[in-house]
Design a protein around this ligand. Structure first.
Ligand code: B16
Ligand code: MG
Length: 219
């Protein structure tokens, strides 16, 4: 393995577009306490853990629920979300992702997943790219959510690559903040306006060449 560099991929919004499924499922959950979740609010839930997402929604709704109801809302939301995940296939992988993963792998650099999602392994299996990853660090293995750098630091450790030599792909502001505070090279994917703190910005993997990634140096 060439540990001069390591590559860490976020999942939702980077490898697959599951934000729309989260939105549909949260919308249904919020309707239970008569709150209409907007698209703009959903944007703020990107990269945020399930529990913290529900806390934010309840806060926006000015709603208070018991611990039991909170757990029930979160469980129902996840069950609903999984009905969408169940239908995912390889075709749901975002453009350019498989190509870049293959090039990184062919050059023998290690690859990790660094996601807030507890459903990450299920999703990677569904879309058929689990075997591309040397390490999976997800919502099941971290105690501190992004923007804390924990998820990416654990990933770097598992890849046996120094944090400053890791390159992180992220679509969320909290994820870019986490990568920067881990001293890693951050690449923002998607709306540049929301990801101003990223070291580099691209709208999609189809714009990123392997040569560009290969020449990146620690900041
Ligand atoms: P789950 P990422 C994040 O994944 C999503 O962006 C966020 O919207 C979601 O609430 C979170 O995972 C938790 O997901 O309910 O599946 O555990 O972008 O960090 O890959
Ligand atoms: Mg994301």
């Amino acid at each position: 393995m060439n540990t001069e560099k390591g590559f860490i991929f976020d999942l939702d919004g980077v490898i697959v577009d599951t934000a729309r499924f989260h939105y549909l499922a949260w919308k249904k959950a919020a309707a239970e306490f008569n709150f209409e979740l907007t698209h703009e609010q959903n944007e703020q839930l990107k990269g945020v853990s399930r529990v913290d997402s529900l806390k934010k929604i309840l806060n926006w709704a000015n709603a208070n629920v018991s611990k039991e109801k909170f757990d029930e809302l979160a469980a129902n939301k996840n069950a609903d979300y999984l009905t969408y995940v169940e239908k995912m296939t390889e075709a749901d992988i975002l453009p350019g992702v498989k190509e870049i993963l293959a090039e990184i792998k062919a050059a023998n650099y290690p690859i990790a997943l660094g996601s807030a999602s507890k459903n990450a392994p299920t999703i990677l299996e569904k879309v058929g790219i689990m075997d591309m990853f040397d390490a999976i660090v997800d919502g099941n293995s971290v105690s501190k959510a992004k923007p804390d750098p924990e998820v990416f630091l654990i990933a770097a450790k598992q890849l046996n690559v120094a944090p400053e030599n890791c390159i992180v792909f992220e679509d969320a502001e909290a994820g870019i903040a986490a990568a920067n505070s881990a001293q890693m090279i951050s690449i923002g994917l998607g709306n540049e306006q929301n990801l101003k703190e990223a070291d580099y910005n691209f709208s999609s993997f189809t714009e990123i060449t392997f040569n560009f990634l290969k020449q990146l140096q620690p900041k």
